[in-house]
Design a protein around this ligand. Structure first.
Ligand code: NAD
Ligand code: UDP
Length: 386
């Protein structure tokens, strides 16, 4: 850890970070990185701590004096401002961010992603504290290309689909399509953060994650989350594979995504934390443009990789089609394609993702199998016995 320098060769001074949403998927990986590779301190704020328990106990851990957990709901806790004041930097990860909630719990989604984030921005601005705010690639919505005729050659032209922080428009569906409640709330909080920077000098960085995936993402329904819960696609498909049931392809699985390994993405966040002069005032896409697949291709690849890591042959009908109405309910809509432009993050932070989709699925599904296979087997045999 000694002698660490930033991208301009200056020594990195230890700082204190107020991390809100530290107990979630991204937060747990960021805490792990900060504890094992840096001298920084973390005031970890969340309502849950299960995913960071291994970093908090026992008290003999080498970083025990550098991480402190505060069980706080930021909706209604006056301790929040004090923690932000104590820290040099605040990172806000707290959010409702599973698509199954956007159209079924739109009010909670809007409150969580906009209203609850407001005091965080305000306290940072008023107290002259730096903020790294987590937004989403979903603020881009649909691509311009999605509105071209299906057979238009322009659909192949990157100008119609590559998503650029400073030039791409944000294209959402109608208000009835409540799917966009999340994207719209995130867009408005981005605009507010940006305006605080412009009018009041807030030092900010906005992160737009493009489908970060890896161990500890979401939950396996009925094992460490509600049986009827619908997590994001990695956990949905993992659950299907663990239970030896077909993977469900929503509306034919034609949507395209680029997936990035959480550990690659965390490298980018650490560069932002430690290079404020290069990161302040910027919005960064963080994704892997080389890992694009359709959801159907993802299902096929996950089936193959899971079979390799578990040693179990795949089932006869590995996938089935379901309508989005059946799977998510009324008001669902989808982003058609998400390829991040990497120019800005490359120029400012010299960062590039490394891990291929195959490799990241191998390590993630090995983790899923090791963590859940036995518990799923037991839960399934109990259900059969009843
Ligand atoms: P996550 O759900 O695993 O983590 C969010 C954490 O915030 C949870 O631990 C939750 O308990 C906590 N939280 C929510 N409301 C809170 C409140 N009122 N008070 C205290 N804690 C609260 O999600 P994640 O994947 O780690 O995502 C983190 C951030 O990144 C979110 O803002 C999300 O919108 C954004 N994001 C993530 C991805 C991705 O690929 N994982 C993609 C786009 C955007
Ligand atoms: N999806 C699917 N089957 C599932 C879960 C998700 O086909 O069991 C699709 C979903 O409709 C979307 C994509 O997978 O097109 C990615 O979904 P995710 O929940 O990860 O979030 P998103 O990328 O849409 O924010």
């Amino acid at each position: 850890m000694a002698g660490r320098v930033d991208l301009d060769g200056n020594p990195i001074k230890p700082i204190s970070i107020c991390m809100i949403g530290a107990g979630g998927f991204i937060g747990s990986h960021l805490c792990e990185k900060l504890m094992s590779e840096t001298p920084h301190k973390v005031l970890a704020v969340d309502v849950y701590s299960d995913k960071i328990k291994h970093l908090l106990e026992p008290a003999t851990l080498p970083w025990a004096d550098r991480i402190q957990f505060h069980r706080i709901n930021i909706k209604n806790d006056s301790r929040l401002e004090g923690l932000i004041k104590m820290a040099d930097l605040t990172i806000n990860l707290a959010a409702i961010c599973t698509p199954a909630d956007y159209n079924t719990r739109p009010l909670d989604t809007i409150y969580s992603n906009f209203i609850d984030a407001l005091p965080v921005v305000k306290y940072c601005s008023e107290n002259g504290k730096r903020l790294i705010h987590f937004s989403t690639c979903e603020v881009y919505g649909k691509t311009i290309g999605a509105f071209l005729p299906k057979d238009s050659p322009l659909r192949q032209d990157p100008a119609y689909f590559v998503l650029k922080e400073d030039t791409s428009p944000c294209i959402f569906g109608s208000i009835e399509k409540q799917r966009w409640s999340y994207a719209c709330a995130k867009q408005l909080i981005e605009r507010l953060v940006y305006a605080e920077g412009a009018e009041n000098g807030l030092e900010f960085t906005i992160v737009r994650p493009f489908n970060w995936i890896g161990p500890r993402m979401d939950f396996i329904p009925g094992i460490d989350g509600p049986s009827e819960g619908v997590p994001r696609v990695l956990a949905c498909f993992s659950n299907n594979l663990l239970r030896r049931e077909p993977l469900k392809l929503v509306d034919g699985g034609e949507s395209q995504r680029t997936f990035i390994y959480i550990k690659d993405a965390i490298e980018a966040v650490l560069l932002m934390i430690e290079n404020p002069a290069r990161a302040n005032g910027h919005i960064f896409n963080v994704g892997n443009p080389n890992n694009e697949v359709t959801v159907r291709q993802l299902a096929e690849m996950m089936t193959q990789v899971y079979s390799n890591v578990s040693g179990e042959s795949s089932i006869e009908t590995p996938t089935i089609d379901v309508s989005s109405k059946e799977f998510y309910g009324e008001g669902y809509d989808d982003s058609d394609k998400r390829i991040p432009d990497m120019t800005i993050i490359n120029r400012q932070l010299g960062w590039n993702p490394k891990t291929s989709l195959w490799d990241l699925l191998e390590s993630t599904l090995t983790y899923q199998h090791r963590t859940y296979a036995e518990a799923v087997k037991q839960a399934m045999s109990k259900t059969t016995a009843n």
